[in-house]
Design a protein around this ligand. Structure first.
Ligand SMILES: Cc1cc2nc3c(=O)[nH]c(=O)nc-3n(C[C@H](O)[C@H](O)[C@H](O)COP(=O)(O)OP(=O)(O)OC[C@H]3O[C@@H](n4cnc5c(N)ncnc54)[C@H](O)[C@@H]3O)c2cc1C
Length: 382
């Protein structure tokens, strides 16, 4: 039921998502990829449908969903438009922190679909080691002064706020998190994103020089950023990023099957699918996609059920799905032949988009190190 303040549906309706994807997200995907345009129309439609408030509490007008629904939304979006999916993924990751520690006004704006947020963790100094920011927060007369060289922020210059990390203000610990309104004076974008994939997600660097925010914009306690990152952001991000990879694999596999079953060697009266080699590659693609979806569902079950292996699964799932998606999209390029090298088959976009997941922090290689330590009983940090 809707109320007067919030015209959105009060529950998550996957059919609404599917309709928006087929009417708005999918038709725009090729042009977003070609021109690098930010997916504004899709975000406005998702916001109006309540989907930007998916994980916001019903107390502030949100749909009150959690990891499972967020993962599903990102997976389905990624199958149509990876840029839109990653913008939404980062919005949910930031929203999770704001829901836990933010002020009511911004939480309500997110729930109403009027506020887009994102994560600003990665820095030029500590690179993919996002848990160790080198940027600073200093108490000033007028508030807190932030200085930083952020290396990648999805939706840079497009989002309304950044969930920002810095060294602590005064406390012990590795970091503190902040809500930084995107229009704060002192924030600049040194150059615009022009990536090989995810071309519409505007993942540009952002520099902060003498940026001033009120002390109340601290998200969580001073020095507690590590717990915010690992306890709140990590499970959401790992699951959604794995969903992103599964959606990408699913789309590439579907398009490859369509191409090989519909493409003929006329002189032989055979289709590409009549070649056992092609069918074997398709089989590998299908198996890898299904294995990753099964692991993703098991990770969700482990988290929701409070299972002992939940954190191990959370670490595994992004590494497994991210790597598999690079293999599956590579196979899609192979089975579709030279035709795949051009745009019309559609798999080369997924091939390019898939590569981001492996280097988004925690990167696959860092996850391999964490998982190796976890199974050997060695502390992950330290
Ligand atoms: C499309 C895209 C969107 C992004 N969006 C955001 C965002 O919204 N917010 C945000 O905060 N960040 C974002 N990032 C940044 C991302 O999370 C990583 O921080 C970034 O991709 C790391 O790149 P780098 O060049 O700094 O890697 P580097 O840290 O220089 O790593 C280089 C290589 O070294 C490996 N490596 C590093 N440390 C170890 C280790 N300990 N063991 C083994 N191997 C290691 C890495 O795996 C990698 O292969 C985004 C990145 C991309 C590509």
């Amino acid at each position: 039921m809707s109320n007067a303040r919030d015209p959105h549906p009060a529950s998550f309706e996957p059919d609404t998502l599917d309709r928006l994807i087929s009417e708005i997200v999918a038709p725009a995907a090729e042009e977003i990829d070609r021109s690098g345009t930010f997916p504004r129309e899709a975000l406005e439609a998702l916001g109006q449908a309540g989907l930007l408030g998916l994980i916001s509490s019903p107390d502030v007008g949100g749909l009150g969903e959690s990891h499972r629904a967020a993962t599903l939304v990102v997976e389905r979006l990624a199958a149509a438009c990876a840029s839109t999916a990653m913008v939404v993924c980062m919005h949910y990751a930031g929203t999770a922190v704001i829901e836990a520690h933010g002020q009511p006004a911004v939480r309500e704006a997110i729930a109403r679909g009027k506020h887009l947020t994102t994560l600003a963790f990665s820095e030029q100094g500590s690179r993919s080691h996002f848990w160790a920011p080198t940027s600073t927060a200093i108490q000033a007369e007028s508030g807190v002064r932030l200085d930083a060289r952020k290396s990648w922020i999805t939706s840079a210059g497009q989002a309304d706020s950044y969930v920002w990390s810095s060294r602590p203000l005064a406390a012990e610990g590795q970091s503190t998190t902040w809500l930084v309104p995107a229009d704060t004076a002192g924030l600049t974008i040194p150059f615009q994103f022009d990536g090989m994939g995810l071309r519409g997600n505007h993942s540009s660097p952002v520099t902060a020089e003498g940026v001033s925010v009120p002390t109340e914009n601290m998200l969580g306690a001073d020095g507690d950023g590590f717990n915010v990152m690992m306890g709140i952001v990590l499970p959401y991000f790992q699951l959604m990023n794995a969903g992103f990879s599964v959606g990408t694999m699913e789309a590439a596999t579907t398009k490859a099957i369509q191409h090989v079953t519909g493409t003929k060697f006329e002189h032989l009266s055979q289709s590409l699918a009549d070649l056992p080699t092609i069918r074997a590659y398709l089989s590998r693609m299908r198996i890898k996609t299904d294995m990753c979806r099964a692991l993703l569902l098991d990770t969700l079950a482990a988290l929701e059920g409070g299972r002992e292996d939940a954190m191990l699964r959370v670490l595994e799932v992004k590494a497994a799905a991210g790597e598999a998606s690079t293999e599956v999209t590579d196979l899609a390029m192979r089975v579709c032949g030279g035709a795949a090298f051009r745009k019309e088959v559609g798999v080369e976009r997924h091939f390019r988009d898939a590569r981001a997941a492996t280097v988004m922090a925690p990167t696959t290689d860092v996850l391999y190190d964490f998982i190796g330590k976890a199974v050997c009983g060695i502390p992950l940090f330290g």
